[in-house]
Design a protein around this ligand. Structure first.
Ligand SMILES: NC(=O)c1ccc[n+]([C@@H]2O[C@H](COP(=O)([O-])OP(=O)(O)OC[C@H]3O[C@@H](n4cnc5c(N)ncnc54)[C@H](O)[C@@H]3O)[C@@H](O)[C@H]2O)c1
Length: 330
């Protein structure tokens, strides 16, 4: 399969291209970046001649006719580029955030459906090793879930956005919120407690899921480092904890351990020190899902752009409630 990349920045170089390169049968057909300096770097690194390096994504799509494109630029560009790919019938995988508004995400999903084109999104946490295991252990019976997702950025506006809150939601919260929806299904009710001020974001979202579970997302851009810790209660007896996409512990009510003890014990799974970060963080899984969707023609795969509509709806609800709470406080 000949895949072309659009955007040769940090995410493409450090995660997407290396993860793709580990997949059997995938060839990098071409690389496009609007920055001429990045094009020169790509040409030197991959030893590509002019026929495989482009400044303009439309020219690349038309001249190279790739089997798929993978896009990692900025949200407004993502939307434009995804429209251009879908219009041409080219399967397109877009990094998060796939667009800057919910309306655009809905438009992309509808356009892909109308044109019969496979899409994918960069929601790697859905495919992280711990996520698959938590799903297996909890089954469809998550009752309560809590995610603490902390970061130290963004503390200013990103891309062409004019709000730090929206930048934070679309850069960071999107991953945590999307994972909660992935594990528990659509959200019935969402309320926010907000302690943000200025560029300092700090809020908790309480969610009631349509399937009956409830959960919290506790998040901020004011932590010195990235934290991603989950507590899941399931099946009336399991307490599953996961730390930093690296370990899972499962404590089970009434399970008996050594010398008949059934308190203070738990089972622990830990990622191998030798496991590749691309699989552990979910980059390999999301790309494999996209590639197998192209091969099978499945437009409703786990990474399809349409699967992000609920996540965007919830981000909009958080943004709206945070703004209203701020207005009340002032
Ligand atoms: N899923 C994840 O874990 C994860 C992690 C980091 C970044 N990302 C996402 O990946 C995307 C890229 O992030 P980054 O850190 O690589 O940014 P970056 O600024 O390092 O790279 C973006 C690149 O896109 C190029 N570009 C912009 N518009 C273009 C266009 N129209 N055509 C071609 N090239 C264009 C820029 O010149 C730049 O080289 C962002 O949307 C970001 O949110 C996802």
């Amino acid at each position: 399969m000949r895949i072309a990349f659009i955007g040769f920045g940090a995410q493409a170089r450090e995660n997407l291209i290396p993860a793709c390169s580990t997949l059997f049968g995938v060839d990098i057909a071409a690389i496009c970046d609007s920055d001429p300096a990045k094009c020169l770097e790509a040409a030197a690194l991959f030893n590509f001649d002019k026929s495989r390096i482009f400044n303009d994504h439309r020219e690349m799509m038309d001249r190279c006719q790739p089997d798929a494109v993978i896009v990692a630029c900025y949200p407004t560009e993502h939307y434009r580029i995804a429209c251009d790919a879908i219009e041409r019938g080219i399967p397109v995988f877009v990094e998060k955030p796939v667009a800057s508004t919910s309306q655009q995400v809905i438009h992309l999903a509808e356009l892909a459906e109308r044109k019969g084109v496979v899409t994918g999104t960069g929601m790697n946490f859905r495919f992280a090793e711990v996520t698959g295991r938590i799903k297996q252990i909890a089954g469809d019976n998550v009752q309560m879930i809590s995610l603490r997702q902390m970061a130290n950025k963004p503390v200013g506006t990103l891309w062409d956005y004019d709000s730090v809150l929206r930048s934070f939601l679309h850069a960071q919260t999107i991953h945590g919120l999307d994972l909660l929806i992935h594990l528990c299904g659509p959200v019935k009710r969402l309320s926010v407690a907000n302690n943000s001020h200025g560029e300092k974001i700090m809020f908790s979202a309480l969610m009631e899921f349509a399937g009956g579970a409830h959960g919290t997302l506790i998040t901020s851009n004011m932590s010195p480092h990235f934290t991603f810790d989950l507590d899941v209660l399931a099946q009336d007896k399991l307490h599953i904890k996961s730390t930093g996409l690296n370990t899972i512990s499962v404590a089970e009510v009434d399970k008996t351990y050594i010398q008949g003890e059934n308190k203070r014990w738990c089972d622990i799974w830990a990622a191998s020190p030798l496991s590749s970060g691309y699989s552990r963080a979910g980059y390999t899984g999301e790309l494999l899902d996209f590639i197998s969707a192209i091969q099978s023609g499945d437009r409703d795969s786990q990474t399809a752009i349409s699967t992000l509509i609920e996540t965007y709806r919830c981000m909009d609800a958080i943004e709206k409630q945070c703004s209203q709470l701020l207005a009340v406080n002032y």
